[in-house]
Design a protein. Sequence first.
Length: 361
Amino acid sequence: MARMQTTDSVTALETRRPTIATIAEQMGLSKATVTHVLNGRAEQQRIRPETQQRVLEVARKLGYRANASARAIRAGRFGNIAFVQSLLGQYLPRELMLGLTRAIVDKDMHLVLTQVPDRVIDDEAYLPHTMRELSADGVLIYRHVGFSSTFLEQIHGSRIPAVFLNIKQESDCVHPDDLQGGRLATEYLLGLGHERIVYVASEQLPDEHPHYSEHDRQEGYRQAMASAGKTPRVHLLPRHWENSGQAGVDQRIEAVRALLSRPDRPTAIVAYELTEGMATIHAASQLGLRIPQDLSLIQFHNRIDDRYFMPIQTVSNMMEEVGAQAVGMLLEKITNPQVELPPCIIPVVMLDGATCMPPGT
């Protein structure tokens, strides 16, 4: 028969951190019974509902918290995922973090964020050290440039569960389908009746490593234009805005002004991302061109941007889904770290803004 607990004994127990053993002793139950209830296995062990309720009430009253270290030792895992971001390009979409955190919470795990220079990530000792220091079961790596075959071989050889976000490689990565995105944007404008559609991007500097999307979005545009029998036109903006001796002049806006001032100016623009989209809107405004009546615009971004008080038609790169799928892939890697998983390519979608309409409307 279970011993009756007294008010004095409960009060005494409240003065020290309760454990499963002390709760079991106080309630006159076995440690196994209390453990099954607190670990969610009561139904499997056919523990009576009233007993479950009593255990939970006492545990809550006493402020019981599971010992994470002991649980990690028993399970052989820590329940932590490390998110490693490069300092090169500190762009971290809130949608990506939302997708990651929701998926991780659903799995009753924790996310640990760290940010380091590229040269540190490339060091073969860094990831093993990080996993030990952060007590991580696996690593999500967010970096705009790719990794050498030697680095990837080291990861696989060390059996480190790692998944790479928003880069394109042969395995263990999650990224948006930017090739599809380029086609989607262009086909949308073609469907409205536009023929003079220009793709606007920024030039590459000699020492830069371009993100895969810079090629794929433009290639998707070219494919759609070729399929429609139209001639593709790509217009590049300077990477930097400054121009010596011309205070207040942004060379990116000037480059779009030059494009829009031509006799055969485009009636529609597909912009690589936010910078090119903003430059287009600003240049059009300076020239007295109305969007969308005189010029339609589509850009790539995580969400609709309306900082010009004009919701821009957008191809969304679905960063929330990228984050969720990356967590799922990493959990597979944690279970089978020696298995290389095929890339997970996330379809993009069109978000309706207010910057597109048929030409000459």
